[in-house]
Structure formats: structure tokens, C-alpha cells
Design a protein around this ligand. Structure first.
Ligand code: FCB
Length: 463
């Protein structure tokens, strides 16, 4: 099923009249994460996170960048929230920095908590829906010093943290996500070492994943008890793997790619079991699972957040796994990621078939990096405009195919600290000049704002 060419070529953000994007109850939002924007790493009692430690180690992050200042959002949060109003979005997805709000003895740090109370209070005043992620990778370093996600106890410390924040913010949050992208925390953090804490062992990755999912499942009932009216869910990044040829081996390789990227997380959450094929890929790496863990992990969800960026073309590695074969001549972003909106649609439709208990979906991240420059006060990010438009069309076509998708968040509101790639890669719809901290609205943001203004007028106009 190809995307409707008229959707792709018509005016930016003027979707066809039957598109779900026109519906007032389909949320359009923007997303950020604490370590990527806040800065102020030593202020008001914030403790070190694994990303402070990791980025301070030479060689880990491009150009030696760190999140020390980032977008200085900790000081500029009020004017940054005004950017959301300029964008006319319905919702904002942010994350809380665990090391700002709790110390090693589990005691609350009121100054840190108050920062998020003010922020979320202001979002409510503005009438924006708040999607709060508890863990977007900035684990307190004191927990990493005790083994981090390799230590089962971290899951219980996470539940304490979820308890604290959901008591403090009860009634203020529309949707809680426990974790952002456990695949990245487990695999990039403990499996190949590209992310903090920088360990590289497949067995570590599967055990870290188990403890991350256990943390999630332990926290969900706590969130339900403290803040009954909000939605509870988790955010997973998903990967589309396509076979380089139709040979049996390559088709199997693409299947294993998706097992490793998707089923590793979604099967335990939605089927209460790890996929067996995962251990064909990584023999002998089964995590230690205690009685009752899979029941805990499979706690019912109110929503599933899906983050999607690109597809990966793979072939068999001749043994148990896959290797990537980059396709020539395809359109790519500043990250080198292939732009492939059909992958998002196909995954969504596939999940809807595979998982009988699939909850409603929010696309909690989608977007792209480009080498954006301010010229005469403007930023022309035409590739992003086309990217967003094509992915929104893919979401709409998944909705038409019967998938229950309730919203879409652009990654990201601002250019920010892109993890191991530092500040070079610009994902924002607002440009950030890191020398002056000046924000400049990119052309994509202007068009999103214009479309939402039109949608809001139409939605409120008499029939
Ligand atoms: C996702 C992360 C997010 C951002 C985007 C580009 O994996 O959740 O923080 O870095 O990638």
C-alpha cells in the first residue's frame, strides 16, 4: 500500500479533509527530555547522572559535548513553554530528571521537585496536556555505582521514585510514561556501550532489560494508586527491518532484527514472555527471571508510546544474526538515517495484528535532524517539513487501517543535546544558538502552527 501521492505533494500540513489530523481529539504535541535541554547540572541539589559521567569521558560524545548547559532550559523554562503556545500544539511531552528530585537515601529534594511543579502548573494554565516520562535515561550515578540496571534493586528504587513524583504531581499529569525506550537503555547502555553507562556485553543487555521492564511493571500500580485519573504507559522505540533479498536467510535476518528491536520489549509487556528467537540471536543470554516477574511486567497499560525514526535494510550474517546493508540512493537525514514513512505505518499495522492486548497508541517521538542554519533570521528546514508531512500521512493511513492512534509528538521542540552526537545534530522545530541561547522558529514550526490554527478554527466553527 503506497502513500497517497496527493497527501505528499499538496501544501505542507494541509492534510485531506478525511484525515484524523483534523480531529480536535487527535493530539499534536512536541517532546523533549530533561538531560537534553535542562543544563544546570549542579543547581538546587541535583546530583550526578550517568550521562554527566559518560559525557565527561573523552571519546564518548562527539566534540566532547556534555549536557552541562544544554538549552539552559532550567532557567529559560517559562519562555520555552511560550514556544509551545506559539506552535499551537495540544500537548507537551517532557521528562523528569531523577537525580534532581531524590538523593541516595531516597529522600526527596524539594527544590528539584518544585521546578517540575512550576513547569507542569504552567502547562496546565496554558491548557496543554502533559505527558511526563519518569525515566529518559538520566539514571542517578549513585545507583549506577551500585550496579545500575544490572542490579535488581534499581527496579525497586525506580518504584520509590515513581511513588514520590506521582504523589507530588497527582491530578496535574495527563499521561505518565514510566520509561523512554528501554531498548536504548539496555542495548546501547549495557550491550554495545554507545550510551551511558558504556558497558558492552549481550548478557548484561538482557539482564538490564529485564530489570528495566520490572521497574516499569512495579511502578504502574503505584502510579495508578497515587494518580488514578491519568493514563499510565511506557514508550518504546521500534525498528523496521527489511530483507536485502527474498532469500530465506535474509527474510529470517529481517525477522530477527525486528525481534531484537521490537518483540524483546513488546512481547514481555503484551504477552508476558520474552521472544524465544531473541536467544537464537544471542545464545545463552537468558536473563534471570524470578517467579511472578512476567506477571508484574505485563501489568495492563492505558497507552503505548511509539518512537519511530528510520528503517534498516539487513541480510543474514551467515550465522544466527543479521548485518546491515545500507541501501544506495535513498533519502537520508543528517543522522544518516533513511527516511521511510511506510515503515512506521507497516509496524503499526503489524503490532495491531500481533498483539491482542495492544492499548491505544501515541506516537511519542518522530522527527529528524538537519544541519539547520539561521539565514536573515529564518531557518528553512524544508526536508523536515516534508518528513513530518509524510510521517503524519503514514500515521493517518494506519488509523484508516484500524489502528487506535490518539496522538503524535514531534521530536523535538528545540535543538538539543543529541546524546553521543552532542549538539551537532539538530532535531528541533525551534533552532537554538548555543552561544546566545537564542531560539528561532524554523519554517516547519511556522507551518505546524498555521495548520493547528486552521484546525482549531474549523473544529470550533459551526457546522
Ligand atoms: C530517541 C530518544 C530521544 C532523541 C531521539 C532522536 O531515541 O528517545 O531522546 O535523542 O532519539
Amino acid at each position: 500500500m503506497a502513500l497517497d501521492a496527493s497527501i505528499v505533494s499538496s501544501d505542507p500540513f494541509s492534510p485531506p479533509s478525511d484525515s484524523a489530523l483534523w480531529r480536535r481529539d487527535f493530539l499534536l504535541g512536541a517532546a523533549t527530555a530533561s538531560y537534553q535541554i535542562e543544563g544546570a547540572v549542579n543547581e538546587d541539589g541535583r546530583l550526578l547522572s550517568i550521562w554527566d559521567t559518560f559525557s565527561a569521558t573523552p571519546g564518548n560524545v562527539l566534540a566532547g559535548d556534555t549536557g552541562e548547559v544544554a538549552c539552559d532550559h532550567y532557567h529559560r523554562w517559562e519562555s520555552d513553554l511560550d514556544l509551545l503556545s506559539t506552535l499551537n500544539v495540544d500537548a507537551y511531552r517532557l521528562s523528569i530528571a531523577w537525580p534532581r528530585v531524590m538523593d541516595e537515601a531516597g529522600r526527596p529534594n524539594q527544590k528539584g521537585i518544585d521546578f517540575y511543579k512550576r513547569l507542569i502548573g504552567r502547562l496546565k494554565e496554558k491548557g496543554l496536556k502533559t505527558f511526563v516520562t519518569l525515566y529518559h535515561w538520566d539514571l542517578p550515578q549513585y545507583l549506577e555505582d551500585r550496579g545500575g540496571w544490572l542490579n535488581r534493586d534499581t527496579a525497586y528504587r525506580f518504584a520509590d521514585y515513581a511513588d514520590l513524583m506521582s504523589r507530588e504531581l497527582s491530578g496535574q499529569v495527563d499521561a505518565w510514561a514510566t520509561l523512554n525506550e528501554p531498548w536504548c537503555s539496555a542495548y546501547l547502555g549495557y550491550g554495545n556501550g554507545h550510551h551511558a553507562p558504556g558497558l558492552a556485553n549481550d548478557r548484561y543487555a538482557t539482564q538490564a532489560m529485564h530489570h528495566l521492564l520490572l521497574a516499569h511493571g512495579t511502578a504502574v500500580p503505584v502510579l495508578r494508586a497515587n494518580d488514578p485519573a491519568s493514563l499510565k504507559g511506557i514508550v518504546a522505540n521500534v525498528g523496521r527491518g527489511t530483507p536485502d533479498s527474498n532469500s530465506e536467510a535474509d527474510v529470517r535476518a529481517a525477522h530477527l532484527f525486528e525481534v531484537q528491536h521490537n518483540a524483546w520489549i513488546l512481547d514481555p509487556l503484551l504477552k508476558k514472555a520474552y521472544p524465544k528467537d531473541l536467544f537464537e540471536l544471542w545464545p545463552g543470554t537468558e536473563p534471570l527471571v524470578l517467579d511472578g516477574d512476567m506477571e508484574t511486567i505485563g501489568a495492563p497499560l492505558d497507552f503505548l508510546g511509539i518512537n519511530y525514526y528510520f528503517r534498516t535494510n539487513v541480510k543474514s550474517d551467515g550465522a544466527h544474526g543479521f548485518t546491515e546493508v545500507p541501501l544506495p540512493g535513498v533519502e537520508r537525514t543528517q543522522m544518516g538515517w533513511e527516511i521511510h514513512p511506510d515503515g512506521l505505518r507497516d509496524l503499526l499495522i503489524g503490532f495491531n495484528k500481533t498483539y491482542a492486548s495492544l492499548p491505544p497508541i501515541y506516537i511519542t517521538e518522530n522527527g529528524m535532524a538537519s544541519d539547520d542554519k539561521v539565514v536573515d533570521g529564518r531557518v528553512d528546514d524544508s526536508q523536515r517539513i516534508s518528513f513530518l508531512k509524510r510521517h503524519l500521512a503514514a500515521v493517518d493511513s494506519a488509523i484508516k487501517a484500524g489502528v487506535d492512534i490518539r496522538g503524535y509528538f514531534i521530536w523535538s521542540l528545540l535543538d538539543n543535546f543529541e546524546w553521543a552526537f552532542g549538539y551537532e545534530r539538530r532535531f528541533g522545530v525551534f533552532h537554538v544558538d548555543y552561544k546566545t541561547q537564542k531560539r528561532t522558529m524554523k519554517r516547519s514550526a511556522e507551518l505546524v502552527a498555521k495548520f493547528l490554527e486552521e484546525r482549531n478554527t474549523k473544529a470550533t466553527a459551526p457546522a
